[in-house]
Ligand binder design. Structure first.
Ligand SMILES: [Zn+2]
Length: 489
């Protein structure tokens, strides 16, 4: 399977690997090594360029630890739970809903503890590990709890999403930035969930990176000023009807979908269209993308429309972006619990803004990019390689002396020092040149620069293109320009 192969590359090349490995590590926590971190940084920059900068949204960095009150108001304390059941024999804890879905193909989202217990009893389900009896189902809160202060600890939680900082700070940010509706606030940062069974590498993590945007708007004036950018676009939408009938997603025009009420407003339509474009740019084939309209039983009571962007992995469709029309739920709840008026003034009228939220899972998305760019040994060369989108490549170019003698390494170092000032480059002189090309290809470096005997005579080097394996000879003085050409495809 592709996932295991990519995971092996990630481990061996130190791209992404388990945290605290020398102590055996805990599931659901990963470290991003130099190559992985470089890819992630570039992904975040690309995301910012695509979703934030052109639209004048503001970005914040909120704290990771928040007091209990916040989650009482947000509903996480009560509602952010998963149903679990424990094997009475081997003591393994299972997600009750997943276990039922896997064993019976029944869809049980939104069912109560009692209902789930009944299904387990009725269907005679046993522990998949050892065949033991399963306990009654109970709800488990997914937030990671902590305590602040050494005496009489104040209960607090690691945030389970970045959104809550934005809602609790909305008023101050709106005033400070002299805001006007519609008003967008974004946050990129870590969130934490005490997942019962973290699995599939970066798909289900306990500590993960999110990028969220909250757009606040007047419900009496829900127009999106950028909607004209996307109104001609079609997106793959899996409607509720299609899901019931077991059909696939179909391409639907965004403007039409908003007009017919399938998508509840222009803001949501705008984000869905932008996301489809962005994920295609990341190298995910369009046929492996779809927006699934969440079924009524999966949709929170306050939401007026949830659409998940899902990617088709080898192991099934998985959500990578959650899109929700959260109405005024969050601001209203925080107003009630904090006793602060969070409404804003719109031409003398008091308005509690409504919110549309796209919420991106960065780790999952990068995993998808790695999986879809992975080319297995034998595809067109004798080694694995990554056809990464060049704007995400960990280095722009690698620099190699052909052999490590006759002054070639010195010349190569000299060129490396010059390139380093303008580009992100990697130097390697160990092993045969073929092996070095293979190592560079494996982490998706788009260009390899080789210094050979001819370089010493005429100040030219070869540039090899990762995708075509073609080499061409260029003057050293033109090198930066040539590499820029390759990485700007
Ligand atoms: Zn068991």
């Amino acid at each position: 399977m592709r996932l295991e192969k990519v995971q092996e590359v990630c481990l061996r090349r130190g791209i992404i690997f388990p945290s605290a490995e020398i102590y055996g590590s805990v599931a659901g926590f990963y470290e991003w090594g130099p190559i992985g971190f470089s890819i992630k940084k570039k992904f975040i920059e690309a995301w910012r360029d695509f979703f934030i900068k052109p639209y004048g949204f503001y970005e914040i960095e909120g704290s990771l630890v928040l007091p209990e009150k916040v989650f009482e108001a947000s509903g996480h304390l009560k509602g952010f739970v998963d149903p679990i059941t424990q094997c009475e024999n081997c003591k393994t804890i299972h997600r009750a809903d997943h276990l039922i879905e896997e064993c019976t193909k029944m869809f049980v989202e939104g069912k109560s503890e009692e209902e789930l217990t009944e299904i387990i009893r009725e269907k005679g389900l046993k522990c998949p590990r050892c065949g033991g009896n399963l306990s009654e189902v109970r709800m488990f809160n997914l937030m990671l709890k902590t305590e602040i202060s050494p005496v009489g600890g104040i209960p607090a939680y690691l945030r389970p999403e970045t959104a809550q900082n934005i809602f609790t700070s909305f008023s101050r940010i709106f005033k400070a930035m002299r805001g006007k509706l519609p008003f967008g606030i974004a946050q990129i940062g870590k969130s934490f969930r005490n997942e019962i069974s973290p699995r599939r590498f970066l798909i289900r993590l306990r500590e993960f990176h999110q990028a969220e945007i909250e757009v606040f708007f007047d419900p009496d004036n829900p127009e999106c000023p950028f909607f004209h950018e996307v109104e001609e676009k079609d997106i793959p939408l899996l409607t509720r009807e299609a899901q019931k009938e077991g059909k696939e997603a179909s391409m639907i025009n965004v403007k039409e979908a908003v007009e017919t009420g399938l998508i509840p407003n222009e803001w949501l339509g705008f984000f869905l269209a932008k996301e489809f474009e962005f994920y295609t740019k990341l190298g995910i084939p369009p046929e492996c993308l779809r927006f699934r309209h969440m079924l009524p039983e999966e949709t929170p009571h306050y939401s007026k429309g949830n659409f998940d962007l899902e990617i088709k992995f080898d192991f099934g469709w998985k959500e990578v972006v959650g899109n929700a029309y959260r109405t005024d739920y969050d601001l209203r709840r925080h107003s009630e619990f904090s006793k602060k008026d969070l409404s804003v003034d719109v031409n003398g009228k008091k308005v509690l803004p409504h919110v549309v939220e796209p919420s991106f899972g960065i780790d999952r998305t990068i995993l998808a990019v790695l999986l879809f760019s992975f080319r297995e040994k034998g595809y067109d060369r004798d080694w694995n390689w990554m056809k990464l989108p060049n704007f995400l490549a960990p280095f722009h170019a690698a620099v190699f002396p052909l052999v490590s003698k006759d002054g070639l390494p010195e010349k190569a170092r000299e060129i490396f020092e010059v390139l380093k000032k303008e580009l992100e480059v990697f130097y390697d002189e160990k092993g045969s040149i073929g092996k070095r090309y293979a190592r560079a290809d494996e982490i998706g470096i788009p260009a390899c620069v080789t210094i050979d005997y001819q370089t010493m005579e005429d100040e030219t080097v070869t540039i090899r293109d990762r995708d075509t394996k073609q080499q061409k000879r260029v003057k050293i003085e033109k090198l930066v320009e040539e590499i820029r050409k390759i990485i700007s495809y």
